[in-house]
Design a protein around this ligand. Structure first.
Ligand SMILES: NC(=O)c1ccc[n+]([C@@H]2O[C@H](COP(=O)([O-])OP(=O)(O)OC[C@H]3O[C@@H](n4cnc5c(N)ncnc54)[C@H](O)[C@@H]3O)[C@@H](O)[C@H]2O)c1
Length: 326
């Protein structure tokens, strides 16, 4: 595998979001010039405030559904709301962000001959019939449901990436990201890890949708970012798609139990009806990533990652600025 070469000009779209801000941190640490582009729909300046003023960091407020003209060597395209509450808030804008955003970023990559990585998602597999999911699986997605703006938007973005690759010989990388958690997740985004932690820390009932036996895998943010950096550093003959996630599988009941234990909360579990199109099971097969990403494998155990995330939310909720921020 080629070494990740320092001192490039790197654009991170969605750089003020949960994953994007951690990616900016790692790129700055590695000595790159980072241009963070974000429209602050779900991202916040708080996530990147420690980077403001750094000579190699630049922040630009911009919506990726409009063209962007900048000189860069690499693009990490992360701009897109990722949680159902956020992406269903304005579903038309969500599809536009995925599709027009991809067209604009691919157009930019073509003009400046930059290498470009797409933050795709396990949602491209929909409610899968095979388990765990491998990259060859085409998925089972409802094209007209309430999650379709995100799922189909991301699928169309993958199509665009591969057509630019075939038609214009663009150097592309497609990462299919599975559930990731960690510090800087949103407090109120309805995703299960942040939901449970915030409810536990506030001493509120913990909401379990359905019977709680549906399972998910959870990847700690540091492991995910490491894989994305390694993917960008792979040779031009490997466009992906590649699953990135942690295959450890936990039911919602198990996760709730762990959060209660680790936070020392007295919260009780309450049941609510399952939302429409909610997949019953999802777990990545990461053999391809382990093979192609220089021996990468997720290192952070769920208990360790949850403890760090709980500490982050604890601090955020107890600081007055954090309480107001969401
Ligand atoms: N976190 C996960 O578990 C997960 C899983 C699969 C895929 N992903 C993908 O990773 C990427 C980042 O996800 P995240 O969890 O950090 O979400 P996030 O909501 O924290 O970050 C998304 C960022 O994109 C910005 N954004 C949204 N629309 C934009 C637009 N039109 N123009 C410019 N910026 C825009 C938001 O303001 C935010 O800063 C997304 O593309 C998401 O689909 C994340």
């Amino acid at each position: 595998m080629r070494q990740y070469n320092p001192s490039k000009r790197i654009l991170v779209t969605g750089g003020a979001g949960f994953l994007g801000s951690h990616l900016c941190d790692r790129l700055i640490e590695a000595g790159h010039d980072v241009l963070c582009v974000d429209n602050f729909f779900t991202g916040t300046k708080r996530n990147i405030e420690h980077l403001l003023g750094h000579p190699q960091f630049e922040l630009m407020r911009h919506d990726v559904t409009f063209p962007l003209y900048v000189e860069v060597d690499e693009i990490f395209n992360l701009a897109c709301p990722a949680s159902p509450i956020h992406y269903q808030h304005d579903p038309v804008q969500t599809t536009k962000t995925s599709v027009h955003g991809a067209i604009n970023m691919l157009g930019l990559a073509k003009r400046v001959r930059a290498k470009i990585l797409q933050a795709s998602t396990s949602e491209v597999y929909g409610d899968p019939e095979i388990h765990p999911q491998v990259e060859q699986y085409w998925g089972r997605v409802n094209p007209i449901g309430i999650r379709s703006c995100y799922d189909e938007g991301k699928r169309c973005a993958e199509t665009l990436f591969f057509d630019y690759h075939r038609q214009h010989k663009l150097r592309i990388k497609v990462a299919r990201i599975f559930n990731t958690y960690g510090p800087r997740m949103h407090t109120n985004d309805g995703r299960v890890v942040s939901n449970f932690i915030v409810q536990a820390l506030r001493g509120q009932d913990i909401t379990i949708y359905g019977d709680g036996n549906q399972t998910r895998s959870f990847c700690y943010v540091d492991d995910l970012i490491e894989a994305m950096l390694r993917l960008m550093g792979t040779g031009d003959d490997f466009p992906g798609p590649v699953n990135i996630g942690n295959p450890g599988e936990y039911s919602m009941l198990e996760l709730a139990q762990k959060v209660i234990e680790l936070s020392g909360s007295r919260s009780k579990l309450v049941r609510m009806p399952l939302p429409a199109d909610d997949p019953k099971q999802r777990r990545p097969d990461i053999s391809l990533a382990q093979d192609k990403l220089g021996g990468w494998t997720p290192k952070t155990q769920l208990d360790e990652g949850l403890a760090k995330t709980i500490a982050y939310f604890d601090q955020l909720l107890s600081s007055s600025s954090g309480a107001k921020a969401d």
